[in-house]
Design a protein around this ligand. Structure first.
Ligand SMILES: Cc1cc2nc3c(=O)[nH]c(=O)nc-3n(C[C@H](O)[C@H](O)[C@H](O)COP(=O)(O)O)c2cc1C
Length: 373
């Protein structure tokens, strides 16, 4: 019998409402730059530029040179990339992802606001001071990334008490499946089912309802197709954030070799590692990770000062994350750290972003506005 398609929910973040309730997640270093974010926003999603390490895309700026010069240049490039993404998207919604763990976090947030970012998405730590850093930009929507209700409640309580401000949305990113740095103590907790979307999303929706706060909850981690989206919407989410599937698109800003690593990856190649910032991270098993896990890495020194807390700097442990991520972006398979979500083995070819978005929405019934081309 003919079964009616479910409705695609609307996602309103502050004063911004994308056509589709899909956020292309921020992916550093230069995996989601202006091309990917612009294309995602043009396709009706929220496009996100990851603010970390953008200067690596300019050959004259050696990521390992003078860190202050690099950061200064990174700010200029960030402002330029926000403008570029806005032009590509022709009026679409552009967010910037700023990670709390970065030593130049405050500058990145400020620059993003000044350059006209519509939304600041902030995780890899608790963005407790975000309202203060964005003072004077009341239209910029603020969205923390959390992995538990406890973290969301702490942010909400502090923001209300100190700034009389409430987040415009929460992204729940589950460490069980997501790519990049994960919101968990260690690798064991990263796999804890208590931190699954199925546990945390409904609990956060309930918490916000009890507080009388009608703001969207967005699911991130392991979302691949319309079935995953439906499952999230049924749990009470109003949107989804996807990283891995969008990283290996034609519009993705990383090198072809980076994207090929996604196409080649099998399920068994996905590993959890302890990153230099102390958080667990999910990545493809690559020669660098093999050397790291087997204790065969050559001793390095921290020259970039990019993280406020770095195990390489303080304990001569792990590796230089700036160097490893820049190498991955450039396609250096031997020396790169290729962050990915657990779904990476499903990437079988490099697709156009619009093709993916069309596939994702095809199982939903659309409003007139959503159907407009
Ligand atoms: C290559 C890569 C880099 C990432 N970099 C960042 C980042 O800089 N900041 C951040 O908050 N999240 C980062 N993430 C997480 C994504 O924004 C997104 O939330 C996550 O990938 C969702 O899970 P999925 O990949 O299973 O879709 C990264 C993910 C990947 C795959």
């Amino acid at each position: 019998m003919f079964k009616e398609k479910p409705k695609l929910p609307s996602l309103k973040i502050g004063e911004y409402e994308p056509k589709y309730p899909i956020i292309q997640g921020g992916m550093g270093v230069m995996v989601s730059g202006p091309k990917l974010a612009g294309a995602a926003a043009a396709a009706g999603c929220v496009g996100t530029i990851a603010s970390v390490g953008l200067a690596a895309s300019y050959p004259e700026f050696n990521a390992l040179g003078d860190s202050r010069e690099f950061d200064k240049e990174n700010n200029k490039i960030l402002a330029r990339f926000i403008k570029q993404a806005k032009e590509v998207s022709r009026g679409g919604i552009i967010a910037v992802n700023c990670m709390c763990a970065l030593s130049n976090y405050e500058d990145l947030v400020r620059t993003s606001c000044e350059a006209g970012a519509n939304i600041i998405i902030s995780g890899a730590g608790l963005p407790l001071k975000l309202p203060q850093l964005t003072e004077g930009f009341p239209k910029t929507a603020l969205v923390p990334i959390v992995s538990s209700v406890k973290a969301a409640a702490l942010i909400a309580t502090r923001w209300l008490k100190n700034y009389n401000r409430f987040p415009d949305a929460f992204i729940v990113e589950t460490p069980n499946t997501a790519g990049g740095h994960l919101g968990a103590r260690d690798e064991e907790q990263a796999l804890d089912p208590q931190l699954s979307l199925q546990e945390v999303v409904p609990a956060l929706v309930k918490y916000l309802k009890e507080l009388g706060r009608n703001i969207p909850v967005i699911s991130a981690g392991g979302i691949w197709n319309s079935g995953d989206m439906k499952e999230s919407f049924e749990m009470g989410a109003s949107g989804v954030q996807m990283g891995t599937r969008f990283a290996a698109t034609e519009e993705g800003d990383a090198s072809d070799r980076f994207k090929q690593a996604y196409v080649d990856a099998e399920e068994k190649d996905v590993v959890l590692i302890k990153s230099p910032c102390g958080l667990p991270g999910r990545a493809i098993m690559s020669p660098l990770i093999e050397r790291y896990l087997s204790g065969g890495l050559q001793k390095a020194i921290c020259r970039r000062l990019c993280l406020s807390h770095c195990l390489l700097r303080t304990h001569s442990e792990t590796f230089c994350i700036a160097e490893a991520l820049v190498s991955a972006y450039k396609g250096d398979w031997e020396n790169g750290l290729f962050f990915c979500g657990s779904n990476v083995f499903k990437v079988r070819s490099i697709q156009k972003l619009k093709e993916i978005v069309n596939e994702l929405i095809s199982d939903f019934s659309l409003t007139d506005l959503q159907s407009e081309v």
